[in-house]
Design a protein around this ligand. Structure first.
Ligand code: NAD
Ligand code: UDP
Length: 313
């Protein structure tokens, strides 16, 4: 167990994205010196306010990590587009960042003797046949489907982390993140929460894929980041699921967002994408036992904060 604070040097790849930027803020608040590397493919420089202990480096992590030679105490690998819309538009970039990019981040952590945190995903469970999903479940993934660039790349990254941990003794941890939302998501991100909020605020129909009976468990970004810092500061290797047990159907999400925005938008039912997982909820036993993690933010309040953010954009 290590506490990171004043004097700790931390590298965050994907630091300008939703999760990365909130993680950067949390690390700065603890007193750390943070270097954020991002190529802004889905993130934004605006997500990172100037700070005397923050260095922002614009770079594609698949090309290397141009961050100087001074060693880092921790390397947190969060660079990767994460919206299913990206899976169809930039699949090769996703495959590269979660293979070549992961190797660059792993090699840097190994060279520096740093702790390494890998942002994996509930998508490694694919369209799960076990519910809720414990870390022991191996998943149900279509290796050549439209989501495979993401699911299989994350599974490859997990395998790479496991090999560095097992064969090279790297101090590493894998976190499987479940549907996380919050301020700083792009309005056109394509994921369900930014889509529904943008549509509701614009008075446009909310686009439900299929009949809306599929479920996801929504996690507000602050809850996730608390869990990530707990995992970073623990000795756990994992994999550890992080998210919440607030499982909602997509239809319920639409109804809640219509109510919270006071929008009179209608609902439009559209085609369900291939391989869209039917049900998803994390088994949080490991997070509770290893980290003492407990989600704290109810979706009503997390969604209100996110709606307020989108309303001022
Ligand atoms: P995001 O798109 O907001 O952030 C990803 C960031 O990575 C962006 O800033 C993007 O510009 C950057 N990036 C992508 N490719 C890069 C490259 N080659 N070089 C440098 N930077 C690059 O997505 P997010 O929701 O913040 O996701 C962050 C991480 O968490 C990802 O690894 C994602 O797979 C994982 N994750 C997120 C969720 C979620 O629900 N938000 C769920 C599971 C896993
Ligand atoms: N979804 C939807 N309408 C949208 C966007 C998404 O009904 O405008 C559905 C999507 O088909 C999936 C769920 O919402 O069943 C969650 O999708 P998201 O893209 O947020 O993330 P996923 O968990 O699928 O990676």
């Amino acid at each position: 167990m290590t506490t990171y604070g004043t004097g700790s040097r931390i590298l965050v790849t994907g630091g300008a994205g939703l999760v990365g930027s909130h993680l950067v803020d949390a690390l700065l608040a603890k007193g750390c010196d943070v270097t954020a590397v991002d190529n802004f493919v889905t993130g934004s420089r605006e997500n990172l306010a100037a700070h005397p202990r923050l260095t922002v480096v614009e770079a594609d992590v698949t090309e290397g990590l141009p961050v100087g030679d001074e060693p880092f105490d921790a390397v947190l690998h969060f660079a990767c587009p994460a919206s299913p819309v990206d899976f169809e538009t930039i699949p090769l970039e996703i495959l590269r960042v979660d293979s070549i990019g992961t190797f660059h981040a792993l090699d840097r952590a190994l060279a520096d003797g740093a702790r390494f945190l890998m942002a994996s995903t509930s998508e490694v469970y694919g369209d799960p046949l076990v519910h809720p999903q414990p870390e022991s479940y191996w998943g149900n993934v279509n290796p050549i489907g439209i989501r495979s660039c993401y699911d299989e790349a994350k599974r490859f990254s997990e395998a790479a982390v496991a090999a560095y941990h097992r064969h090279k003794g790297l101090d590493a941890a894998i976190v499987r993140i479940f549907n996380t939302y919050g301020p700083r998501m792009r309005p056109d991100d394509g994921r369900v929460i930014p889509n529904f909020i943008s549509q509701a605020l614009a008075g446009e129909p909310l686009t439900i894929h299929g009949d809306g009976s599929q479920t996801r468990s929504l996690c507000y970004v602050d809850d996730l980041v608390r869990g990530l810092v707990m995992l970073l500061e623990s000795d756990a290797y994992g994999p550890v699921n992080l998210g919440t047990e607030f499982e909602l159907t997509v239809r319920e999400m639409a109804e809640i967002i219509l109510r919270l925005t006071g929008s009179s938008s209608t609902i439009e039912y559209t085609d369900r994408p291939a391989d869209d997982p039917e049900r998803r909820r994390p088994d949080l036993t490991a997070a509770r036992e290893l980290l003492g993690y407990e989600p704290q933010v109810h979706y009503e309040s997390g969604l209100k904060t996110t709606i307020d953010y989108f309303a001022t954009r």
